[in-house]
Design a protein around this ligand. Structure first.
Ligand SMILES: NC(=O)c1ccc[n+]([C@@H]2O[C@H](COP(=O)([O-])OP(=O)(O)OC[C@H]3O[C@@H](n4cnc5c(N)ncnc54)[C@H](O)[C@@H]3O)[C@@H](O)[C@H]2O)c1
Length: 374
């Protein structure tokens, strides 16, 4: 008989909705694999949102206290979609109650908290995965496949950007993402986990960093009283220069005030044998340059990756265009498949801890105005 996985969702804001959508649609995308999914309980401290989780996403029940959710015997998997400061308590609580955990990025508020989480996770032997959905875009999967096959060869350069423009409006309220006590940092911990994860996944570990950052809007209106302004203590933009352990060099730039950008995660990798380039705004293709092509016909080739997911994915057909939500569906399918088939998912909390370590080294480099060993 098919295994049933019963899900508890903590946080039903933007990402709670996306993750719930993904759980609901996995059986359709993957022809019933890898298990029967039951949405048992949704939790949000905002009761009206928790109720929407029942009404709109189809959870059987709701609560406003995550502690009630994590002790339930009829829940196998806990999914954490709260602001960063709330991750640790919920994740550790869920693990200690025997639940497998899927947690939004970044894993925690700080490297120290991420270490605490990993220590507990390792003791339990339960399955854990971090939301790094971009690893589950066919173009990125193709990039990894080509790199493993030595298409790029010795890496000289990595150039990565993750750019948003949503914070150029000075009237944007100072919500939790603009408060260090809730998020743990600025754009580095917000967009950084994505581009830095892809960088480490494709290029390798960083040896040394140097960095600079800026907060362009030092005050913003308070959400509860827009006439009053509150101090912003996190950066809007940060740029890091990197030296990789494999000898390559690179840059990573993250900004929430990049005028003109939508959801612009871009990278280029230049190596001895070839080069790869990707832009999240053009998610259907990977650009690949083969240095071994005959002179005269050399040039970047757009490899059509569209929605070419391996079986048991059955829909949409591989030729159809790729969207952001589809990568979440694929990431959560991977997690459930690992839970059902007793494998540790990748990227897991160990990968997430490594990212926290890198991000803290980048902040140390800003502070020191100098190179820092990672
Ligand atoms: N993977 C991605 O592409 C991506 C995109 C955006 C955000 N995120 C991450 O997702 C997480 C949530 O971000 P979001 O954009 O959904 O934020 P959000 O503000 O839209 O939603 C967070 C929800 O958590 C609820 N909440 C707060 N404290 C709670 C608690 N103690 N118990 C239960 N519910 C609580 C809030 O009421 C809110 O509804 C963050 O860690 C963020 O970094 C990831």
């Amino acid at each position: 008989m098919q295994k049933e996985i019963r899900v508890g969702m903590i946080g039903f804001g933007q990402m709670g909705r996306i993750h719930s959508y993904a759980y609901r649609s996995i059986p359709l995308y993957y022809d019933g694999n890898p298990c029967k999914i039951t949405l048992k309980c949704v939790c949000d401290t905002n009761e009206s949102l928790a109720k929407k989780g029942v009404e709109q996403a189809g959870f059987e029940s709701y609560t406003t206290d995550y502690r009630e959710l994590i002790v339930r015997k009829d829940i196998d998997v806990v999914n954490v979609c709260t602001p960063n400061k709330m991750h640790k308590e919920a994740v550790i609580g869920a693990l200690k109650n025997g639940k497998h955990v899927y947690c939004e990025k970044p894993l925690a508020f700080s490297e120290a908290e991420a270490k605490e989480i990993v220590a507990v996770a390792d003791q339990t032997g339960l399955k854990h995965q971090i939301t790094a959905e971009y690893r589950f875009i066919p173009a990125i999967m193709k990039a990894k496949e080509l790199i493993n096959a030595d298409f790029v060869g010795r890496v000289f350069h990595f150039r990565g950007l993750y750019l948003h423009s949503g914070y150029i409006d000075p009237k944007r309220p100072r919500e939790w993402r603009l408060m260090k006590e809730m998020i743990g940092g600025g754009v580095l911990v917000d967009l950084g986990p994505h581009i830095l994860d892809i960088m480490q996944y494709l290029v390798g570990d960083v040896d040394m960093v140097s960095a600079t950052m800026e907060t362009f809007f030092k005050e913003r209106p308070l959400p509860e009283n827009p006439k009053k302004k509150g101090k912003v203590d996190v950066e809007d933009a940060i740029t890091a220069i990197l030296r990789f352990k494999n000898g390559g060099i690179g840059i990573a730039e993250m900004s929430r005030v990049a005028t003109g950008a939508e959801d612009e995660m871009r990278f280029e990798i230049n190596g001895q044998n070839g080069a790869l380039a990707f832009n999240l705004m053009k998610p259907n293709e990977l650009l690949a340059f083969n240095a071994n092509d005959p002179k005269g016909v050399q040039g970047y080739k757009a490899i059509s990756t569209a929605q070419k997911y391996p079986a048991p994915a059955i829909m949409p057909a591989p030729k159809f265009t790729m969207g952001w939500v589809r990568s979440h569906v694929a990431a959560q399918y991977n997690f459930l498949d690992c839970v059902v088939n007793n494998r540790m998912p990748s990227p897991n909390f160990h990968d997430a801890l490594k990212l926290h370590h890198l991000m803290e080294a980048i902040y140390k480099a800003v502070e020191a105005k100098n190179w820092v060993k990672v």
